[in-house]
Design a protein around this ligand. Structure first.
Ligand code: ACM
Ligand code: ZN
Length: 522
């Protein structure tokens, strides 16, 4: 299929018959005008064609007309399934659900000459799609990318571009990491200091976090207003993507503690962090006001995000402060807990029952296994796959995001000197491509607990959006491919060939990426 390159690769694709040529007088015939308009809006800028949308129940056009037909029909087992037939004067897209149509639109964009991705008229292009039949649906229902906006802040415009790229590669989850030691990024109306104070740090460490003596002297910060958050949620929803918000607790909370010091065990002496790493200061588990605060925050979060899943962090929460805190020790006594690990588990369970009572599911990093897992928790396995294996075998749902395959903040090349500064670990494209989502250690009857996987983008060393794109691509494309069709056999040379044909599309889109070099292809 050398002349057709799609990412992710579809489940079934067959070349048949004559090519479909999109002509200037083409029409879109759709059972749903709004859907037709979405497709038209993708096709109009580059072609300059008017492409009227006609809403109709009957989808049998005149034989000589140049048409794109959107037809509501069961196309596969998944609600995200779609099928596409291209040939002669017609291009026919079938799906049962809006999500399937949206995936089909992205496939059409990738099948046309790449100039279709240009934002303005691209003259002299023959808008042709090879004759084909294609049936497609995803292997996994959770296909995510995570973005940390705490360490560095990215404005709403970039968040929208990020969402566009997720849609282009058929991801369906945007995990938005909104709170950190270095910055609280979501406006909470009840607690304005979270962003007024917690949204800004006085300066930032320069270079590698290990050389901790040099700071840049530049105040840094930013946050999203609730209106902007709503805009992002709507923008994502229109593109078939759910935003899963993450509000970190009990750790990674120094920005919040700086704004409201009474919420920490020490009660004072906090400063929005200027360097990276793990902070000892975390929310106090002995103070009931902490839960009042977190529930009020989450109340506003639930109102903004329709996502069934709410991520509460749970990772990297050192127990030093809890050990020295009278209130935390009193809580351990009162609740009959064995130690601080069980106190963390108690904390997370309390939040889970609050979320469950409001119809939401709690998701947390795999540290939430320590001291006993909350009864309905979904685990995001990041410290390798072990946490995910344990959780799935215990009957919990799991999202796999092992750092060894999915951490896109790691260096892309073993030749780290030739790469911009990153966290000191290495994850080349080749390794991402070897990512097997369901480890064999999970019992056969428990494998359905693996909802899917995601790539994570931690931004300590990514000061701007160009740099985020550089770290994302091409590795996120390989993750998209693995999560969508999960090939049993992984032909790395074939992946590199496909990418070499595909990557110019990112140039047309104006998206930055790391060029493949000889080491990638060897
Ligand atoms: C994590 O990388 N701390 C979840
Ligand atoms: Zn405490």
């Amino acid at each position: 299929m050398a002349d057709i390159t799609l990412f992710p690769q579809p489940a079934r694709l067959e070349r048949i018959g004559a090519d479909f040529s999109l002509a200037a007088d083409a029409r879109i015939i759709a059972h749903d005008r709004a859907l037709g308009e979405i497709l038209a809006s993708y096709l109009r800028p580059a072609t300059g064609f008017a492409l009227p949308v006609q809403e109709t129940e009957s989808s049998e056009p005149a034989a000589d007309a140049n048409v794109i037909i959107l037809e509501k029909m069961v196309a596969g087992d998944s609600p995200e399934a779609y099928s596409l037939v291209a040939g002669g004067t017609a291009l026919r897209l079938q799906a049962a659900d809006r999500r399937g149509f949206l995936h089909g639109f992205q496939t059409i964009r990738q099948l046309l000459p790449r100039q279709i991705l240009a934002g303005e008229v691209a003259p002299g292009v023959d808008w042709r799609i090879p004759g084909l039949e294609l049936d497609d649906e995803p292997a996994f229902g959770w296909r995510g990318l995570h973005l940390d906006v705490g360490r560095h802040f990215f404005p709403l415009d970039f968040i929208k571009q990020f969402i566009d790229m997720l849609a282009f590669y058929k991801f369906n989850i945007f995990h938005w990491h909104l709170t950190e030691d270095q910055g609280w990024r979501i406006e909470i109306q009840k607690y304005p200091l979270l962003t007024e104070i917690g949204g800004f740090r006085s300066e930032t460490i320069v270079g590698n976090n290990m050389n901790a003596n040099e700071y840049d002297g530049q105040p840094y910060g930013g946050f999203y207003t609730q209106a902007e958050i709503r805009e992002a949620v709507d923008y994502a929803g229109a593109r078939g993507i759910t935003i899963v918000p993450e509000i970190e607790m009990p750790g990674h909370a120094v920005a919040a503690l700086t704004a409201y010091p009474a919420l920490g065990c020490r009660g004072e002496g906090y400063e929005v962090r200027r360097k990276w790493g793990i902070a000892k200061d975390i929310f106090c588990a002995g103070n009931d006001e902490v839960f009042v605060f977190l529930e009020n925050v989450l109340d506003e979060v639930l109102a903004l995000f329709p996502s069934e899943y709410i991520h509460i962090g749970g990772d990297e929460a050192p127990k030093d402060r809890w050990k020295a805190c009278q209130a935390c020790q009193a809580r351990i006594q009162a609740e009959g807990l064995a130690d601080e690990r069980e106190l963390q588990s108690w904390f997370i369970r309390r939040i889970e029952s609050w979320l469950n009572a409001r119809g939401r599911k709690m998701l947390g990093w795999d540290e939430i296994l320590e001291g006993g897992l909350a009864p309905n928790a979904t685990v995001m396995s990041w410290r390798g796959s072990e946490g995910g294996i344990a959780a799935a075998n215990a009957g919990h749902d799991v999202v796999m995001t092992p750092n060894t395959y999915c951490y896109l903040d790691y260096y892309q090349s073993v030749d780290t000197q030739s790469e911009p500064l990153a966290i000191p670990s290495i994850l080349p494209l080749r390794q991402v491509w070897d990512y097997v989502v369901i480890p064999p250690q999970i019992d056969k009857e428990k494998r359905h607990h693996i909802l899917g996987g995601q790539g994570n983008i931690w931004t300590e060393y990514m000061p701007n959006s160009d740099h985020v794109e550089y770290m994302m691509f091409p590795r996120a494309i390989a993750i998209a491919d693995v999560l969508w069709h999960h090939p049993q056999e992984r032909d790395y040379a074939a992946l590199v060939e496909r990418l070499q044909r595909h990557l110019p599309s990112l140039d047309t889109l104006g998206v930055n990426y790391r060029r493949l070099d000889e080491a990638d292809s060897a």
